[in-house]
Design a protein around this ligand. Structure first.
Ligand code: DOR
Ligand code: ZN
Length: 354
């Protein structure tokens, strides 16, 4: 396909960190400019574990956006060892919790309250399976004896495979996949298993973290792997398989928190995510599959309506800035200083429904 204008059904971001306070105010509009809805991660400090906390966070997100912005935050419950099946199911029935998120304890940013043993949340998973509620999974083991580059593959073996056997009807999204093993697992699994794929895991391999020195802005979790894994993940994204869909995992941190002795994990790609995906699909000769990946596979998996309206991308260069202001802080965006081949032009008015 050779075209200068791409008109897509409005897409959604099925995995994003919008944060809170000043950072929320600084970043929410980037996501709302590109996407009609987004699955909002609950790893705030303290985490979003109750229906009341999610409702209040959802309001803060809405208030952080200019009035009239057509954007729907889809909230998630942060699962802990003490999660109550009743609270999770009630939040789902009330239209507050779209999904629940499993963070293995200490796997990543603000996951200290996560689940220490999957056995502790069996009653919650049983209930979610029964009511058809999606489980979003951070798929890494936290065993420090396991090499960090193997933690996703080992998670699939030790945790995810048994989980899918024990809960065959539970809808699971393996988030931000980074490995060939994950791409193969999801491609071979049935319709209840899906995965989100980030722009950065299609674009960089682990060398990016060490290119001429330590590069904290290429560090996220799960960490980028070897080249063959990048190729497998990217091939999954552009394959047209309905089990793979868009999730940016945009995860802003103030510049100082990344450029530090113990830099935070997270890549901020929200401002130009769609432009990046368009370049990836175009390079792989798969532009005709971008709409399925960005706008159709996700809502179908979640059982939500497709968005009305469109977003238009034009073949015009976009220069990614070196830094972006976030209140007192600065954020360094993914691919800072690089030039992308596409620009998001506008979104047509639309009624995105939940
Ligand atoms: O790199 C990451 N950053 N991975 C995660 O799982 C969490 C995220 C964050 O919240 O910063
Ligand atoms: Zn994330």
């Amino acid at each position: 396909m050779n075209t200068d204008t791409l008109i897509l059904r409005r897409p959604d971001d099925w995995h994003v960190h919008l944060r809170d306070g000043d950072m929320l105010a600084a970043v929410a509009h980037y996501t709302a400019r590109q996407f009609a809805r987004a699955i909002v991660m609950p790893n705030l400090a303290p985490p979003i574990t109750t229906v009341a906390a999610a409702e209040s966070y959802r309001n803060r997100i809405r208030l952080a956006l200019p009035e009239g912005t057509d954007f729907t935050p889809l909230m998630t419950a942060y699962l802990t060892d003490d999660s109550d099946p009743g609270e999770i199911a009630h939040g789902h029935a009330a239209g507050v919790f779209t999904a629940a998120k499993l963070y293995p304890a200490n796997a990543t940013t603000n996951s200290a309250h996560g689940v220490t043993d999957i056995a502790n949340i069996r009653p919650v998973l049983e209930r979610m399976e029964r009511i058809g509620m999606v489980l979003c999974v951070h798929g890494e083991v936290t065993d420090t004896n396991v090499d960090i580059f193997d933690r996703e593959a080992v998670f699939i073996e030790r945790i995810l495979e048994p989980l899918t056997r024990d809960f065959p009807a539970l809808k699971i999204v393996l988030e931000h996949i980074t490995s060939q093993q994950a791409a193969e697992f999801v491609a071979d699994a049935g319709e209840t298993i899906a995965a989100t794929i980030t722009p950065h895991h299609c674009l960089i391999n682990r060398n990016a973290m060490f290119a001429g020195g330590l590069r904290p802005h290429a560090y996220c979790l799960p960490v980028a792997k070897r080249e063959r894994h990048r190729i497998a993940v990217r091939a999954a994204a552009t394959s047209g398989d309905a089990g793979f869909f868009l999730g940016t995992d945009s995860a802003p941190h103030p510049r100082g928190a990344k450029e530090s002795d113990c830099g935070c994990a997270g890549i901020f790609n929200a401002p130009y995510a769609l432009e990046m995906y368009a370049s990836i699909f175009e390079e792989d000769g798969a532009l005709d599959r971008l709409e399925g990946f960005a706008s159709e596979n996700g809502p179908r998996f979640y059982g939500l309506p497709l968005n009305e309206g469109t977003v238009t991308l034009q073949r015009t260069e976009t220069k990614v800035p070196d830094v972006l202001d976030a209140g007192e802080a600065q954020i360094v965006p993914f691919l800072a200083h690089e030039t992308l081949g596409w620009s998001v032009r506008h979104q047509s008015p639309s009624s995105s429904r939940t």
